[in-house]
Design a binder for this molecule. Structure first.
Ligand code: ZN
Length: 97
């Protein structure tokens, strides 16, 4: 999902609005990365103890679908990096006004 178009990203499972392309950045990780969610309440953080590491997992607050992981090495202004699996997202283009 390497698009630079304006639009919104929603949950593949339930259609809940999750991220906005305004908050997308290129983390060079190959994953779609965002420095802030579109609507905070739509994303839930969980601790993930897989592989002997503690990471923050982010899931859809509405349906519980796994979205990706949250790291604290993102860009300003939040310093956060939501590293999201593109398979969990649906992209919808917004029309330029
Ligand atoms: Zn969902």
């Amino acid at each position: 999902m390497h698009n630079k178009e304006n639009g919104v990203y929603s949950c593949k499972c339930c259609g809940s609005l999750l991220f906005d392309s305004n908050c997308k950045f290129d983390s060079k990780s190959g994953w779609p990365s965002f420095w802030a969610p579109s609507i905070n309440e739509n994303i839930q953080e969980k601790l993930d103890y897989d592989y002997g590491m503690v990471r923050k997992e982010v899931v859809c607050a509405k349906c519980g679908c796994h979205l990706g992981h949250l790291f604290d090495d993102g860009p300003n202004p939040t310093g956060l990096r939501y590293c999201i699996n593109s398979l969990s997202l649906d992209f919808k283009k917004t029309n330029p006004s």
